[in-house]
Design a protein around this ligand. Sequence first.
Ligand code: IPE
Ligand code: IPE
Ligand code: MG
Length: 613
Amino acid sequence: MSDVPPATTAPAEREAASGSPGPAGRPVTGDDPALRAAYRLCRRRTKDQDPAEYALIQLVPAALRPALHALWAAANALDDLGDDRTAPAAERAARVAAWIAALHRELPTGASPDPVRHALVDTANRWRLDLSELRDAMTQVQDDTRGRHFADWAQWRTWGRDNLLPWFGLVRTVFDRAGVPVALRLDTRETYEEFLDGVRLTDILTDLAADLAQGDLLLPAEALDLHPGSAADLAQRRWSPAVAALIAHLTGLARQWVTQEALTRGMHPGPATVLHTMAALLHAQLDAVDAAGPALLNSPPRPALRTRARVLAPARARAALAWSLTPLTVPPPHHPGSPGPPAPARPAPTSTFRRPPPHPSGEQPPAIPPGRLPAHVAVIMDGNGRWAQQRGLPRHEGHRAGAGAVREVVHGALDIGLRHLTLYTFSTENWHRDPEEVDAILGLLRGELAEDPFRDLDVRLRWHGRAGRLPPDLADLLHLRERTTRARTGLTLTMCIDYGGRDELTRTAAALAGRARAGHLDPALIAEDDFARHLPLADMPDVDLLWRTGGEQRVSNFLPWHTAYAELHFTPGLWPDTDRRDLWQALTTYTHRQRHHGATPAAAAQLTPGVTK
Ligand code: IPE
Ligand code: IPE
Ligand code: MG
C-alpha cells in the first residue's frame, strides 16, 4: 500500500494511514508531479536503505509519512555525500557545503532540481520547520570528512548527539504541529538523549564492516583501551578474543541505553508505540550483531525477517488504535508566491533576525569595546512584591510588571551585543511562598513562553533548574523553546527556574559519584575541571557581573560555582522599574572595575588584557 496518496483524495489517505482518521480533503503531497515524484523517491530510498526505519514510519498516520521520509532521506543524502570515498576529503566537504548552500537558496522558493532537497524544502515550508536547527548536524558532516577520533565517551556522545538530536528535533516538531506533541519532561531528557546514544551505537556496530573498509573506527579510545589489542585487530579486520569482548561490551551498553521505560511515560500512545517498537527493533538488531561473530567484520548483520515481523505485527495493531484517538492537523501544501499557508514561523537559515525595538527614549547603548564587555551577566531580579505593595496591588501584579522588565532588559542585552544573560526567575526556596503567589508566577511564565516575545530575535533560550517539580506542561514549553532556539548564536538567555545553587552543586556531586562508581573516574584525581564538566549546564561560562536589584545585598543561593569571581553590583531600584538603561549602566560600571583573579594587578593585566585595567 502506497503512503504517498493521490493528490486530493482524503479517503485514500485514510486508507493508507495506520488507522489515522486523517483530515478530510487535505492532500498530502499536493498536485505538483515533480513534488510527488520527489516524495516517492524519498520513500523508496528509506525503504531500500533502512527497512527498519521504513517500518517504523509505517506506524505513523499516512499524512505524516512524507515529511518523515523527506527528513530521513535528506539526513542520509547528506551523510552519503560526506562519506563517498570515491572523492578526496576536501572535495567531499565542498560537496556537502554546496548541498547546504543550495538548500538555503531553495528554501524560500519551495522547489529544487534535487528531488531530496525538493521534498525537504516542501516539508520545511509546509510544517514550518526551522532548518537552521540543523546547523550543528550539517557542520558535523563537513567536519567528519576529515576523519574522526574520540578520546572518550563524552566526546563521542557530543558528536553523536550533535548529529542526531537536530533531526529527531524536527521529527518531533512535525508531531507537535500535527497536534500530537512528543513532550519530554526534564527528568526524561537525559533518558531521551541516552536513547539516541543507543541508536547511534547500534548503527555503528551494524556498519562496522563498511566503516573499517574505509579506515574509520567510530568508537572512543576509552572503550577500545578496555580491551587491549582490539583497535589494532579491528584495523586489520581480525576477529580476536579482544574484539569479541569489545563487541559484547558495546552491545551490552547499547541495549542498556535503548531500554528506557521512563521515556514514554505520559506520552501520547501514538509516538509512544513508535518509540517502543524502535527499541524492540534495536534490541533485535543488537542480537543480530552478537550472533554474527566474525561475520560482523564482513557485512552488516540483519535480524531474521520473522524476528522483525514478531515485533511489527502487534505494533501495527497498537499504533492503529493509538492514532485513532486523536484527530491530526495536517497543513495543506505550500505554494510559494501564492496566498497559501503561512510562511515559516521560524526564520529560515538565510534570513536575518529582527533587531529589538528601540527604547522609547531613543537612547542608544553606550559604546563599550567588545573586549571590555562582560561575557556573562547574571541578574537577581528582586523587588516585584514591594513594587506591588507600594501601589496597593496584589503581589502577582508586581510579577506581571516584572515580566515587562525582563523583555526590556533582554532587548538592551541584544542592543549592546551581550553574549550571556542569566535571570534568576524562581528559586528552590520560592516554593515556600503562598501557593497562590507560586501559581501566579508559574502562570506568568507559561504565558510568556507561549507568547514567545523573543521569537524573531536572535535569542537562544535555556532553562536551568531542578527537574520534575515544575508542572509538566511548563517543562514541555521550556523544552520546546530550547529546541526551537537551539541553533541561534546571538544572546544565550538562561532562565533559572526552580533553581538553587546548593541543589546544582549536590546534583553535580551525585553525577561525579556515579561516574566514579562506574569506574570512569578516580576520586583521588578529581579536579576542578572535572567538577565543571559535570555541572548540569556544563558549557555555561563563569559569571563576570552579578547584579541584584531591589536594594538587598545578598546572593540568595544563586550560581555559587559560576560567581566565584564575579563582580557584584547592587542597585536600589525595584525590578519592575528596571529598563535596559539600568543594564547598560551596570555594564559601564563593570568596565571600571579592576579584576585580579588573585594575581597582582600587573600580572593580571597580562593574563586578561582588555578586561583588567
Ligand atoms: C523577586 O521579587 C521575584 C521572585 C522571587 C519570583 P520578590 O517577589 O522577591 O519581591 P520582594 O523582594 O518581595 O519585593
Ligand atoms: C531571589 O529573590 C530569587 C529570585 C529573584 C527568583 P528572593 O526575594 O526570593 O530572595 P530572598 O528571599 O530575599 O533571599
Ligand atoms: Mg525578594
